[in-house]
Design a protein. Structure first.
Length: 268
């Protein structure tokens, strides 16, 4: 992890990332010239990607490293929408018991502590040349709302076992961070909205693609493809979508429902 970062207020970001290449153009011969030849040109950015401007600035901070190779992302973990997981005296509290939502525990609520903040560092330009990596439990990404993104598994096993505790946003808390397992409907519901960024530095969008206005048909096994987005100023970029496959369970209070991201990661 880099130690020197440039702080940036997310709401002020309007420009798409500017890329620059650096190389060693020294033609002289020296004892370490062979080593130099083995160092590939490194692509860096001079500004944060424009998509970071869509994140909730009250919860999420993104900082570009001084050398332009990494982005440090952290969140308070507090989403900016209603849920049964807020305390009852909070303005964002929503009573969802009539819909059949059963909280993980009655004393579990957003803002109740127990490690709600999340952070990770990603490459400013995702590495799409390596091997795919499976997702694991716990935070696999940060959503634009400020909440964490989890995969399609629950700590005790299949997500079906916890489906009854998922709120209208496809998330729950218990006992750690509030997080989404399903399509977060306050952010995106069968549209092309930016949902968040994953641990591999790849952005994830809703079920539709901005380049066509329809559900994409060319997605890979991770739900990714390369096309323009509303944040790339006409340039094509690899990104994920919520795969347009219904998550079926009789225990979930709301339908339809779609798993947010099952993996594997492509950007390592």
């Amino acid at each position: 992890m880099k130690t020197n970062f440039k702080p940036l207020i997310l709401t002020a970001i309007t420009a798409f990332a500017v890329f620059a290449c650096t190389s060693n153009d020294d033609s002289s011969t020296s004892a370490d010239s062979n080593d130099t030849d083995e160092i590939a040109d490194e692509e860096v950015v001079t500004e944060l990607h424009a998509a970071y401007g869509a994140f909730n600035a009250d919860a999420v901070t993104a900082i570009l490293s001084d050398d332009g190779t990494e982005v440090y992302i952290e969140t308070t973990g507090f989403p900016d929408h209603t849920s049964i997981y807020w305390e009852e005296d909070n303005a964002l509290y929503l009573d969802e018991t009539s819909a059949g939502v059963v909280k993980t525990t009655q004393n579990t609520y957003i803002g109740g502590g127990q490690g709600e903040a999340a952070s990770f560092t990603v490459d400013a330009i995702p590495n799409l040349t390596g091997s795919t990596v499976s997702t694991q439990l716990n935070t696999i990404g940060i959503a634009v709302s400020g909440a964490s993104i989890f995969n399609d598994q629950e700590g005790a096993g299949d997500l079906d076992d916890a489906a009854g505790s998922l709120d209208w946003a496809g998330g729950h808390k218990g006992p750690g961070v509030y997080h989404y397992h399903l399509e977060p409907t306050p952010i995106s519901s069968d549209d092309d909205s930016l949902v968040g960024i994953l641990l591999d530095g790849v952005f994830i969008y809703g079920r539709q693609c901005n380049s066509t206005g329809t559900n994409p048909t060319d997605l890979d096994a991770s739900g990714g493809h390369t096309s323009t987005t509303q944040y790339t100023a006409g340039e094509e970029e690899y990104h994920y979508h919520i795969i347009n496959e219904v998550y079926t369970t009789g225990n979930y209070a709301y339908t339809p429902a779609y798993v947010l991201f099952a993996g594997p990661f492509q950007g390592y």
